[in-house]
Design a binder for this molecule. Structure first.
Ligand SMILES: [Zn+2]
Length: 314
């Protein structure tokens, strides 16, 4: 009956030309693979791999700072309605491991996207005498997606999980993943060739230690105000030390992070006369960016533009 109505409706509209263009029909909502991801990079990777075969939901609402996220009963319900629940690493979302007992794992497959990635130790990356706040769940630096070769591994893990959960579209998932990995490899190559020419290699960040992977990959000397999680305030000694380093290296720019007030970067800029440039670690998007459909690769391109200015690569 419904189909007959649609046919008649279109037959009428055909006279006005409105139904004359044939678009490929997306899979009906009920047949689409349902994927829930924690952070934005996973969400964007899943969208690129699944296209219109999947319905991807970002668990963390846009604008929410992810290190302090605590899932609510509603979040557990959303995960239980999915086919796949994908998180970054237990060091990034320790709660993802904790809530596993509340998830119907006979139905929902839980995916640790970091399997097979090259992980870095947070303690080695942020050696500080005044870091009394060290916690065991911070032993691994969880920002692994900012090494784009790791991002490729995460894409592969997602694609394999999606293909296993929806074998009818196995080849499409793997082909889409291959093409997205090529975009990540091109981004990696662009970072490598662009940043190789920067006279200044010191990346000074008035935020938490999010860019250790990126700095290591492109030979930058990364110094951040706070540790791998932004919940601990840097000590006055740490801030004074950063001011000293900025002066010693003649740094004219300090980078600020997304989603939190750029207070630390502002303090460092005020003390040294440096200018502030944003650097987005892509944990999550602001509401405006999310509504505007900003992609992971677009965020990384914007970061590269700011790095070129900040490190004097022009
Ligand atoms: Zn972080």
């Amino acid at each position: 009956m419904k189909q007959l109505f649609v046919t008649l409706f279109c037959a009428t509209l055909l006279l006005t030309g409105a139904c004359s263009r044939q678009e490929p029909a997306p899979a009906p909502a009920a047949q689409r693979l349902k994927v829930v991801t924690t952070l934005f990079p996973l969400y964007d990777f899943a969208r690129n791999i699944g296209a219109d075969l999947v319905e991807v939901n970002l668990l963390l609402p846009p604008g929410v700072e992810p290190h302090s996220f605590d899932p609510q009963p509603d979040d557990i319900l959303r995960i239980n309605r999915a086919d796949l629940f994908v998180y970054t690493h237990p060091a990034m979302e320790p709660w993802a491991v904790r809530v596993a007992s509340a998830i119907d794992t006979a139905r929902v497959k839980i995916i640790d996207a970091s399997a097979g990635a090259k992980l870095r130790q947070a303690t080695a990356a942020y050696p500080q005498a005044d870091d009394h706040d060290h916690r065991h769940d911070e032993a691994i630096d969880p920002h692994l997606w900012l090494d784009f070769s790791n991002a490729e591994v995460m894409v592969d893990n997602l694609a394999v999980a999606m293909a296993a959960a929806d074998p009818a579209h196995h080849d499409t998932y793997l082909a889409n993943a291959r093409s997205y990995r090529e975009q990540l490899a091109a981004l990696d190559e662009k970072y490598r060739s662009t940043l190789a020419g920067c006279p200044n290699k010191v990346l000074l960040h008035g935020g938490h230690f999010a860019f250790g992977y990126l700095a290591a990959r492109y030979g930058l000397d990364y110094r951040a105000a706070a540790a791998v999680s932004p919940d601990a305030e840097p000590t006055p000694t740490r801030m004074a030390d950063l001011v000293r380093q900025m002066r010693a290296n003649n740094l004219r720019y300090v980078f600020s992070e997304e989603l939190v007030a750029p207070r630390l970067a502002e303090t460092l800029a005020r003390e040294t006369g440096a200018a502030i440039l944003p650097l987005n670690a892509a944990h999550n998007l602001s509401r405006e960016e999310f509504a505007g459909g900003v992609s992971f690769i677009a965020l990384m391109e914007r970061n590269l533009t700011n790095l070129v200015t900040g490190l004097g690569c022009q």
